[in-house]
Design a binder for this molecule. Structure first.
Ligand SMILES: [Zn+2]
Length: 494
């Protein structure tokens, strides 16, 4: 694994406010980022918003505001969410940014054009405004968009096309060999089947009139505006300087990882690598496709108010760490998960307050009373921790499994407390119990950093220890620190 990693979230459309599914993706990407940092790697993370879509033009028309106003307003909601949920990003990239984005998108277009992969033709096709995608009859379900369950429009116009079909064989080879890795395997197989089924060329522009002039102009053709693919997908390279800052681009590209939802896997694992191959650029190493969230057991949809939970509202009542913890616990990386406020409250009260918060509070109370400054003893708890397994879970994107391992250590400490009852001990026996518990809590504090970074920092502070990295997650011969119990880590949520 390279020691330098460029990680991206997807770049969501801003035609509506963010939902809990976006929050999940931001949390997942952030956890992966912070774990790489714990491992000592240098990381750059890009997130942002995709703003050049026809959907925005239509949404703005309905609200009787300009498209830019709509984008500014909705992009800010996404920025509030990434900040609110504590996503550590290096750039929040907006594709309406003419200076950095338009130049890069046009450069990418020109490279594909120079490779002979762009041509113009009369086109009519079935177009879903929601997806901003053309569908073939075969891809529809009962004549409806599989994603939106709406009937696509029949659109006729002259467009530029990208020769996707030309890249079928190369893509197959790259995916099959794992050189371009799609995680998990189930998604990889779906994509392989799609490629084996044959690829059709894709429309990559639309008329200025249909797009109402909103978007990136096609180089050398004032009548056409770029349509989604080269525009939106190039955000991932433009955000690190493609077309404007070659030095920075070379430093970070290729991406180590794109984190995306299953609804856009075809675009990220077929269209995007094909465009990059055409332009002669390296492919990202891995794409992690996560599942979707249902809300209270029901599929999220704009027409169902029961599923319209705003993560920004949730963050008014819950700390970022509480929402982050809950999401990873209840949404396995690869399958669909369910979001429910009842379960969020339950996880917070039972596990964060009950298991983790009480462990730290009980142990530090006894340690403060003991007035010891240094603790040594026989290591009896350290054997429960398998760091190699946690690292393996991370490289396989099994984030919930990695968290389960850390929480297993928390539960192990609580069992140990109940067995040895340290409040009844004194002298060498007390010191040994505290040595084991404090060393465990120190390590738990570090390992929780990717998942609940604020809590992690607070634990280290209470122990008077440096945050450290993965190398520090082994039992030392003695625990040294200046303990300050302070406030409880969590409060009960009513
Ligand atoms: Zn659709």
């Amino acid at each position: 694994m390279p020691r330098r990693a460029y990680i991206t979230t997807s770049i969501p459309y801003v035609n509506a406010a963010p939902h809990v599914g976006h929050a999940l993706e931001f949390v997942q990407a952030d956890i992966i980022r912070r774990f790489r940092e714990l491992s000592g790697d240098e990381v750059f993370l890009l997130t942002g918003t995709d703003e050049n879509s026809l959907k925005n033009v239509r949404a703005a028309e309905l609200l009787k505001i300009t498209t830019q106003e709509l984008c500014d307003r909705n992009s800010k909601l996404f920025r509030d969410l990434v900040d609110g949920i504590n996503l550590k990003y290096d750039v929040f990239f907006r594709s309406s940014d003419k200076k950095s984005h338009f130049a890069g998108a046009q450069r990418l277009w020109e490279l594909c054009d120079q490779a002979g992969d762009i041509y113009k033709k009369e086109y009519s096709g079935l177009y879903c405004v929601g997806c901003e995608a053309f569908y073939t009859e075969g891809e529809l379900e009962d004549g409806l968009c599989p994603e939106h369950k709406t009937r696509p429009e029949l659109v006729h116009e002259e467009n530029y096309f990208f020769k996707l079909s030309k890249y079928e064989k190369r893509l197959l080879k790259l995916i099959e060999s794992g050189e371009f890795e799609i995680i998990p395997k189930g998604r990889r197989n779906e994509i392989l089947n799609l490629v084996k089924g044959g690829l059709e060329d894709i429309s990559i522009s639309r008329s200025v009139s249909r797009s109402k002039g909103w978007g990136v102009p096609v180089p050398g053709d004032p009548e056409q505006i770029m349509y989604v693919w080269i525009d939106a997908l190039s955000s991932y390279i433009n955000g690190i300087g493609f077309g404007t800052d070659e030095k920075n681009f070379k430093k970070w590209w290729p991406a180590d990882l794109h984190v995306i939802g299953k609804g856009i896997s075809r675009f990220h694992t077929i269209y995007w690598p094909a465009i990059l191959l055409s332009a002669g650029l390296d492919l990202p190493r891995r794409v992690f496709v996560h599942g979707y969230l249902t809300v209270g057991g029901e599929k999220m949809s704009k027409s169902n108010p029961k599923t319209a939970v705003s993560p920004l509202d949730v963050l008014k009542k819950y700390k970022a760490d509480e929402l982050r913890y809950y999401m990873i616990r209840d949404a396995p990386s690869f399958e669909d998960g369910d979001f429910s406020l009842v379960a969020l409250k339950d996880r917070t009260n039972k596990e964060l307050l009950g298991d983790l918060g009480n462990l730290v509070s009980r142990v530090l109370t006894i340690a403060e009373k003991s007035k010891l400054r240094s603790y040594t003893g026989k290591n009896v708890l350290g054997g429960d921790l398998d760091l190699g397994r946690i690292e393996k879970h991370f490289s396989a994107m099994e984030l919930h499994e990695a968290l389960e391992d850390v929480m297993g250590l928390v539960r192990g400490c609580n069992r140990y407390i109940n067995e040895v009852e340290p409040w009844k001990l004194s002298g060498k026996q007390l010191e040994e119990a505290l040595y084991n518990l404090l060393e465990s809590i120190r390590i738990i504090g570090i390992l929780l950093y990717p998942f609940v970074p604020d809590t992690s920092k607070r634990i280290c502070k209470k122990l008077g220890c440096e945050m450290g990295n993965l190398q520090d997650c082994k039992f030392r011969d003695s625990f040294k620190g200046s303990i300050e119990k302070g406030e409880h880590l969590f409060k009960k949520v009513e």
